[in-house]
Design a binder for this molecule. Structure first.
Ligand code: DCP
Ligand code: MG
Ligand code: MG
Length: 354
């Protein structure tokens, strides 16, 4: 069974947004730091996007309201998130990984899987150490690398070894490794699935592995089969090479909060133009259009629309973005709006198609 599972090296950056900030604000290194959604002047109103490990010691974590984080630790250092900067750093890291010449799948802004099938375990460990040291030298950032047979298990190893870690799960140790991980660490087990499984009296990966797969398929459809396979140490999904740019987005703070899409139109047109400029520069086509608003209470909502065909049409973006923003504004006035395109493919040399 292992011959169908790629040997995978999985990189996940440590406390990524906050680490990017520490790298350019050296005075913050070693002090508890949170990066969050609200500007510094209104920091009690937003949400924690990530916390460095010093702040995590106080129980602060992603998704927690800032006000709670400051309750847990009053002297907390706080910075407003600068996602464009983190995306730029991310692209640099992904480029570095691709320089290995091996297939790299960019999974998220701070995660990537590399297919290292054919390498011995020792060669894989050597490569991982080199990558860790190159990322540290090049960007002043630490990461954790997991290595294993299958993307899912390499990712779980990286989770387990955090921060600044390196962990190889040998094929013969995979079953024991899975036993040592809690159920919610299995890729595909989100909060909802976790609750459903609990109702079915499945609380460990071992219990999931022993379940009749038909029962899981009845409850979760094809995702049930996937869960059963993963729990039994089988992950045949391939590392699919892609661009280091997963999406292109721009957002802007409005001069005053807007309640209707008409008021937001000048900003939306401008943002769309900026996004399209970047799309053209890279020779991309896209298939997904996303709208984002940040409300006056600093909560964020997003919506996205998937097209049937790839495009690079500005009109198409405007046509889809307007109803999405209008619908988001029904929940209240916004002080920030954003436009993003994703599911990108490269069409080098191709001009406008539509
Ligand atoms: N992020 C966010 N909102 C969340 C979770 C994450 O904006 N609720 C952003 C900030 C993170 C980045 O995504 O820095 C990467 O997410 P990870 O889950 O990989 O978490 P970190 O890299 O911050 O920490 P870790 O060291 O646990 O990987
Ligand atoms: Mg991370
Ligand atoms: Mg991550």
């Amino acid at each position: 069974m292992y011959e169908n599972m790629p040997f995978v090296l999985y990189v996940d950056m440590d406390y990524f947004y906050a680490a990017c900030e520490e790298a350019r604000h050296k005075e913050l290194k070693g002090k508890p730091l949170v990066v969050g959604t609200a500007p510094e002047s209104e920091k009690l109103r937003g949400v924690v996007q990530t916390a460095n490990y010093e702040a995590r010691k106080y129980g602060i974590h992603s998704g927690m309201p800032n006000i709670k984080a400051f309750d847990l630790y009053k002297e907390l250092n706080y910075l407003h998130s600068d996602e464009e900067h983190y995306e730029e750093v991310s692209r640099g890291i992904m480029k570095l990984l691709k320089e290995s010449g091996r297939p790299v799948e960019v999974i998220s802004v701070d995660e990537a899987a590399m297919d290292i099938t054919g390498l011995s375990e020792n060669e894989a460990l050597e490569l991982a150490k080199r990558i860790k040291s190159d990322i540290l030298k090049g960007f002043g950032l630490t990461c954790t690398i997991g290595i294993g047979n299958g993307k899912a298990f390499a990712k779980m190893a990286s989770d387990k070894a955090k921060p600044d870690g390196l962990m190889l799960v040998r094929a013969q140790d995979l079953k024991d490794f899975l036993k040592s991980c809690s159920l919610e660490k299995l890729p595909g087990v989100g909060a909802k699935t976790f609750e459903r499984l609990k109702e079915m009296h499945i609380e460990t990966i071992e219990q999931l592995a022993a379940k009749d797969p038909m029962v899981l398929i009845d409850a979760f459809g094809s995702a049930g089969k996937e869960l059963y396979m993963l729990a039994n140490g089988i992950d045949e999904s391939k590392v699919v090479e892609n661009s280091e740019i997963l999406s292109i987005g721009r957002e802007t703070t409005l001069k005053s909060p807007v309640s209707t899409v008409e008021e937001a139109m000048p900003a939306l047109r401008d943002l769309t133009k900026q996004v399209m400029k970047e799309v053209e520069k890279n020779g991309f086509l896209f298939k997904n259009i996303g709208a984002k608003v940040r409300y006056t209470d600093f909560s964020i909502s997003v919506k996205s629309y998937s097209l049937h065909n790839y495009t690079n049409s500005e009109d198409e973006v405007i046509k889809r973005i307007v109803p999405m923003i209008a619908s988001l504004l029904k929940n209240g006035p916004a002080r920030k709006v954003g436009v993003r395109v994703s599911h990108l493919i490269k069409t080098k040399g191709q001009k406008k198609l539509f």
